[in-house]
Design a protein around this ligand. Structure first.
Ligand code: CP
Ligand code: NVA
Length: 308
């Protein structure tokens, strides 16, 4: 059966940990320059409606390193730009490709691509979710800490796509998460409810608060995302005001647990959501986090494409 990865709801806990293990194995094999071909003769399309450095290149590189091929498809260069419906595009691409990694504005687009293409569709970021980011982030924490048990992650910022996937992924993995978001920028109620439901099984504590200091106090990981997401540029001024105070800086780090890790999905805007001294400090694991996007991508491709 063809399976897609649109949100963390598409994985159970065992499968999430299987992907972590697969990623660590593939990372070791890639570092040892071993030849590995789980995607031999497979063609992966990378269809993006928005810019990307990490997600695009990490998936392209992963597909190639696993023996497959990657084709980058900017939505601007497809007939989509001239109004060809998503469902028609999906049915056509389904005949050419074995999987499609898609970054879209509206989450409904990845759902439609999955519904009509008949191939594995991987959500590379939508307005609702960034599931591959969350999987790769928890992979990095697991790699650094050796275990996820008993950890608390404090997310500081906008309760949108990255935060929402972290809530669900932490709930699945059994990691406690406190999200501090300004009023008007809390995660969507149905996603929070979903995370709380998943957490009933894993035992993780899921909380959303207004105050960044309440979230950061004693946390093992401080996590930032940009204040102004792609496509929200017209709201920049309003968001700058709303997010003032939601910055990961030395003061916030000083109240976290001793040796707390600092993470950021990137791209980072130094002086806004994070200060330069904190992103560059020894506790910052952002570059390892960014590198692991390709090892996580490799495991996600191998896992979902194998399930066909
Ligand atoms: N973190 C992340 O998704 O980065 P890109 O926008 O560069 O892909
Ligand atoms: N919330 C950000 C994430 C960037 C990786 C955005 O949607 O632009």
């Amino acid at each position: 059966m063809t399976r897609s990865f649109l949100t963390l709801g598409d994985l159970n806990r065992e499968e999430l940990f299987e992907i972590f293990q697969k990623a660590l194995k593939l990372k070791a094999a890639i570092k040892a320059r071993k030849e590995i071909f789980p995607l031999k003769n497979k063609v992966v399309g990378i269809l993006f409606e928005k810019p990307s450095t990490r997600t695009r290149v990490s998936f392209e590189s992963a597909a190639i390193r696993l023996g497959g091929h990657a084709i980058y498809l900017s939505s601007n260069d497809l007939q989509l730009r001239r109004g060809e419906p998503v469902k028609d595009t999906a049915r056509v691409l389904g005949g050419y490709l074995d999987a499609l990694v898609a970054r879209v504005y509206d989450h409904r687009t990845v759902e439609e691509l999955a519904e009509y293409s008949g191939i594995t569709v991987i959500n590379a970021l939508s307005d609702i979710a960034h599931p591959t980011q969350a999987v790769c982030d928890l992979l990095t924490i697991l790699e650094v800490k050796g275990s996820l048990d008993g950890l608390t992650l404090a997310y500081i910022g906008d309760g949108n796509n990255v935060c929402q996937s972290l809530l669900e992924c932490c709930a699945l993995a059994g990691v406690n998460i406190v999200a501090a978001c300004p009023e008007g920028y809390h995660p969507k109620a149905h996603i929070l409810d979903n995370a709380l439901r998943i957490a009933e099984k894993s035992g993780s504590r899921i909380t959303v608060v207004d105050d960044p200091t309440e979230a950061a106090k004693g946390a093992d990981i401080l996590y930032a995302d940009v204040w102004v997401s792609m496509g929200e540029e017209s709201e920049k001024e309003k968001k700058m005001k709303a997010f003032k105070g939601y910055q990961i800086n030395a003061d916030l780090l000083s109240i976290a647990a001793k040796g707390a890790l600092v993470m950021h999905c990137l791209p980072a805007y130094r002086g806004l959501e994070i200060t330069d001294d904190v992103i560059e400090c020894p506790q910052s694991i952002v570059w390892q986090q960014a590198e692991n996007k390709t090892h996580g991508a490799a495991a996600i491709l191998a896992f979902f494409m194998d399930s066909e």
